[in-house]
Design a protein around this ligand. Structure first.
Ligand code: 5AD
Ligand code: SF4
Length: 470
């Protein structure tokens, strides 16, 4: 049994990550014969992509996927730890799994992802959820075949969570959810340690993948006809800084663009590492999409300092302005936290001021949620929940107003949309513009998987409607 420790997870060493190539041990290849798995994924794209790896690992063990939990022999929850409500959802769902297991005791149940990296969560599972069969962390995914096999053989709870990252494992198989767009990890972990954030503990030290593995992966996707890749990292602008090969995010963006994949995206950017050479590359290559997610978190210098964000309001606004001026037609979205410990009315007004200046295309807004073991958890928080809710409401009204305003500029225009599939709305199709606007589209299904010209005929706050121009 390997239990996580927040204290160990915090440590950063100079040790360089080595690269190891994954290969499944033959003895695990038939473990899942005749069995089905069901996986439920919470949280960010990084987790969605981890689930794509987990699915492929399970299929190498001969498990088959089912999207009906009642039908499954193995149920896995890939969890998120970023805020309290993500936690609550997982523990709520565990109740349903327990109920199923009471009826079918042979079901194997498991928890992985960011919550599995949290000391407090794993202790709770060990003490109060003994019926959960396996727990494995974000650094242990490649070891799933062994963990699962051990749990089956020993018929006991198997917990394997390393507190710190190990080598970078390449060659982990992947079963992609889409044959049109793909997620690609370019780096793991984060070293920024924003004071509210659990990610540097649950995902470990920042480690960049070597460029050749990333470029090979993109080339392979191009061959398979993929239209879009999204380069993933907690903080992609810092890509390469840990590699000592004088190769940075702007080099990677250029090389990925040169594969001629039709669309390149990247998330998430930290304003601190966004340099001019990146801006230049984004504006130079037509297949790097004019869309940037640039988390603000707060507009108050005092709060930004308490958050450990390493920029102030002026720096942020200067960068924002530069991006708008240098990248034609760029759309910029953001993340904002309200109710950080000690946030005053004045601080909140500073945030609103930035929002009113930047007029974001869209924003994800959150109420501060204390995460166990982070510095902000211990900060004195005298803002009432009622006040926090009020601020969130005020902020959302303004954010939504600008989102609608930004969308209105598209009305009547013809824009390129990558058609991804059927829309939830009746018999329409759906896809995204280069600027990451969701469009429900009237048109023939034969266009799925293609980038087509779409005339925008109606706009709302969160989406638009359009029809394919022939
Ligand atoms: N409380 C509220 N929001 C948080 N985020 C990260 N940690 C917390 C927290 N403890 C938000 C940030 C980040 C986004 C992914 O989640 O805005 O950019
Ligand atoms: Fe968390 Fe800050 Fe790292 Fe983003 S940059 S993952 S908010 S610590």
């Amino acid at each position: 049994m390997n239990l996580p420790s927040m204290k160990d997870a915090k440590v950063r060493t100079d040790k360089k990550s080595r690269v190891e190539l994954f290969e499944i041990d033959k003895k695990y290849q038939n473990v899942g014969n005749g069995k089905k798995y069901y996986i439920k994924t919470y949280g960010c794209q990084m987790n969605v992509h981890d689930s794509e790896n987990i699915k492929a690992l399970l299929e190498q063990m001969s498990f088959k996927e089912t999207d009906n939990m009642e039908d499954a022999d193995l149920i896995l929850l890939n969890t998120c730890a970023i805020r309290e409500n993500a936690h609550n959802k997982v523990f709520g769902f565990l109740g349903r799994v327990k109920h199923l297991k009471e009826q079918k005791p042979d079901i194997i149940s498991g928890i992985c992802g960011c919550m599995a990296q949290e000391e407090s969560v794993v202790n709770e599972i060990k003490d109060k959820y003994k019926w959960v069969d396996i727990v494995f962390g974000t650094h242990n995914i490649y070891n799933l075949p062994k963990i699962l096999n051990d749990s089956i053989i020993k018929n006991d709870q198997e917990i394997e969570v390393f507190s710190t990252e190990g080598d970078i494992i390449e060659n982990i198989p992947v079963k992609r959810d889409s044959s049109i767009k793909a997620w690609i990890n370019i780096m793991y972990g984060c070293d920024k340690f924003c004071t509210y954030c659990i990610v540097p503990y649950t995902r470990g030290k920042q480690r960049s993948r070597e460029p050749k593995y990333i470029i090979d992966e993109v080339n392979d996707l191009v061959k398979k006809g993929y239209q879009e890749v999204t380069l993933l990292g907690q903080n992609v602008n810092a890509y390469g800084k840990d590699l000592d090969i004088n190769y940075t995010m702007s080099d990677l963006l250029r090389d990925v663009a040169l594969t001629n994949i039709p669309r390149v995206r990247f998330v998430t950017s930290h304003p601190w590492d966004f340099n001019d050479s990146m801006i230049k590359v984004i504006s130079e290559y037509d297949n790097i999409m004019p869309y940037i997610h640039l988390p603000l978190q707060s507009g108050s210098d005092r709060i930004l300092k308490l958050m450990g964000r390493r920029y102030n309001k002026k720096d942020y606004l200067e960068l924002f302005d530069k991006l708008k001026k240098s990248i034609p037609n760029v759309s910029i979205t953001t993340d904002i936290i309200v109710g950080f410990p000690g946030e005053t009315e004045e601080d909140f007004k500073e945030t609103l001021d930035v929002v009113n200046t930047c007029k974001y295309d869209s924003a994800y807004t959150f109420i501060f949620s204390p995460r166990i073991g982070t510095p902000a958890e211990k900060m004195k928080d005298d803002v009432t929940l009622e006040e926090k809710n009020k601020r969130l409401h005020i902020l959302n009204e303004i954010v939504n107003k600008y989102a609608l305003e930004a969308n209105k500029k598209y009305l009547g225009k013809v824009v390129p949309v990558l058609i991804e599939g059927n829309s939830e709305k009746g018999d329409m199709l759906m896809g995204y513009t280069d600027t990451m606007k969701l469009v429900n589209v009237i048109g023939d299904k034969k266009y799925i998987g293609h980038i087509v010209d779409v005339e925008i005929i109606d706009v709302k706050t969160w989406s638009m409607d359009g029809k394919i121009k022939n």
